[in-house]
Each structure stands twice: as structure tokens, then as C-alpha cells.
Design a protein around this ligand. Sequence first.
Ligand SMILES: Cc1ncc(COP(=O)(O)O)c(C=O)c1O
Length: 435
Amino acid sequence: MSRSLSLTTTPLASAMNGAMEKRRKVLIPTLDLAQPVPPGPDVYTNDFLSLTNDPDLRQIFLDKLAKSPRVFGVAGSRLLGGNSSDHVNFENRMAQFFDAPAALLFTSGYDANVAFWHSVPQAGDVIILDELVHASSRDGMAISRARKSLYLFSHNSPSSFEEMVHLALKEHPTIAQGKNTLFVAVEATYSMDGDFAPLPDIVRIVEQYVPKQSAHIMVDEAHSTGVFGPQGRGIVHLLGLQDRVHTVLHTFGKGRALTGAVILTAPIIRQYIINYGRPFIYTTALPISLVCGLNASFDYLEGPIGDQRRAQLRGLCEYFRGALEEAFKHIPPNLLSLQERSLPNGYPADTISPIIPILTGYPRQLADFLNSYGYAVQGIPYPVVPKGHERVRISVHALNTEEEFDTLISRLKQWATMMQTMGTQVQSGRIQSRL
Ligand SMILES: Cc1ncc(COP(=O)(O)O)c(C=O)c1O
């Protein structure tokens, strides 16, 4: 391969360098994959149920593989020779488990969201979306027939959502006339704040104002699957809303320790995506080994270990959250603080998120400090998040220990003391500010 691209003098390289330089100027970090942080306790991945290194799950998976006549890829798209009985059986299992009319398997949550949002909304339809929905949904919407009819509501705000519903209905009278569809895009749990969608309010508002036949609520359960609800069926099941939302996405890369995703929806939508959803059509189907792994992961979490891990996770989240609240009482909030803890209407009082953002005015300095102790956390600076919301995102896992969190908290306190000392020295003119 030609090495000339590494020269900054080529027009392509200088355009790319220029673009990255612009990002650096507005303080968006340029990321690299060259140097992974040496492994310390996992307080940052989405392996919420601690499955990725679980020896029992590994064994269940290997036993299944050993019994499976085929394990490799299927060498084709589902539509071009790649449709095995393993894929179909797994989809049937998903439809049954999640009590859905139909299920369609995807190679990733990204592909599932793009396939759904780019293909399903029709000309004249509108999409009302939470301003923080994931890039995969946004990418699909950007190439959808409804791309010019997107209505963003303020994150998790039922009143802003209701306002957008009224505006959309006013600007698109064909919805009230029953000729078009109003889609709603929300995530059950959001990745940056770990907060929960006000799903009961959203469903109530839609049912109140949008004709039944013209409403379509789509819930992305990427961060909640496995973690919440009976046997890990997610927030929609936790709240008993499965008959009042229309499409649900479960991804398998986080709480289920693999990759891939399933869309649970009406049979007509399943069939439509099979025919029109480009990320479904134009990609090789998941290998059989992965379907074996998914079956193993579902078997495992449907058994007693699932409830055990969820209870452990909840207990640890409570422990860590309480200990942080206590520790941060004596630390200036611009150095370390927490978001207020609150639950939307209708959630059981013991619902607690495994994603806990540590707010700090100095996200990069804090992340660098924690990296030096083996925590591969990342700072999320402004303008990636609004000013005052900069953070380091911590996630709790079922098999973390209280001691691991005690140590992490002592590191946080150590950092805060160091920053305060430096701040005092800066103020007294003894050292140059690096803050
Ligand atoms: C809310 C949400 N939806 C979808 C995705 C994409 O899922 P996947 O990682 O399986 O492509 C993600 C991944 O980060 C996500 O956070």
C-alpha cells in the first residue's frame, strides 16, 4: 500500500489534518487506538452483568459450539444464501421471550437503527426524537423519507415532548386525518447520563393526542437489555408497556456480552425491512458461532444467575452512589459532583442506573489521572457535552467489589486534593496554571 498518504503534503492528508486540527481547537480530543490503558478494575465498559469473562457462560457457549454442526459464517446475506435455521430459530426465540409479534436479527445495533429509521418512516411521516438519541438512529433518520420532518424535544422532558407532538400535529394535519404516522424515538436508558426515558408519560401523551393507528413509538433498549425487567427483558417490560409501544430494539454488545441486535416489531415492518432496510440486506449474516453465543447468553441470564447478577448490580450501584455522595460533600462541585438522582413517573423506586457520570470541570485531567492507575475511563469534555456537564463516565458491573469502589473513591479524593493544592498555588502565583 502506498505510503504517500502519511505525508501531510497530499491534498487528502492535509484536508484530514486540517479537519482534526479544527476539532482540537474547539477542544474535542483526537482519539487514537495505539495505546490501550493497562487493565485495572473494569469501571468503564458496558459489561454491566460481568459476563464477558464469566467461566460458566464460556463453558455453556463452548458446549453449544461443540454440538453445533456448523460454527463458521454463512458466507452471504440472509437474503442471499445466508439464512440458516439457527438464525430463524433464534428470531423465534426472541419474539417469544420478549412477547413480540415478530423479531428480526441484525449484525449490530448500529445497523438495526439505521435500517429501521432509514426505511420504515414513509413520505409525509414525522419523527419526534429525544435530542440525545444515539448517532445510529440519527444516521438512519438523516437518510429517511421523513428527514425533513424531525422534531427534537429537550432530553427526557415530557412537557417539551408534548409541545413537539402538538407542533407536529399542527404542521402535518395528515397525521390526525389518519393518513400518516408520527414516530417517536427514545432510549430506555441513555448512555451519557445513565438516566431513564419518561416512557409512561410519553406513551400517555401519544395515546392522548395521536390517533391510535397513526402512532409508532420505538424504544432503544441498548443500555437496559439484560439489566432491567423480568429476566432482563428491559425497561419496556419492567414498566409493563409492551402492548403500548410498537417497536423495541435490543442490542447484544453491552449487557449481553456479544454483538448483534434484534428488532421486535410487527410482522409487516419485519418484512418491509427485509426488503428495504439496506443495512439488513447488504451485509453478511451473523456467523452461526455468534448465534450459538447469543443463545448461551440468553440461556444463562434466563436462569437463576440472571436475577443474582441483577441484584448484585443494584446493590453495588447503591453502595457506590451512596459512598460518592458522602465523599463529594467536602469537595468543591466544580472538581467533583454527581447529577441529582431522580426517576421518571412510573418507575419502581429501586430502579438504579449502572452508569454514573462523575461531573467535573476538568474531565481530561481527571481521566488522565485515573488512567495512570489503570482505569481506562475517558473524559467527556465540552463541547461533546454542554458546559457544566463535563464528566468522566463510570459504569458499575455486577462483579465489581465494594473494595474496588472504595479504592476508586480514594483516588478521586486524592485527585481533588491535588487539584485544590495546585489551585491554591496558582492563586498565590507560585506555579503556572495547568488547570
Ligand atoms: C443507544 C444505542 N443504540 C444503539 C447502539 C449501537 O449498538 P451496537 O454497538 O450494537 O452497534 C448503541 C451503541 O453504543 C447505543 O448506545
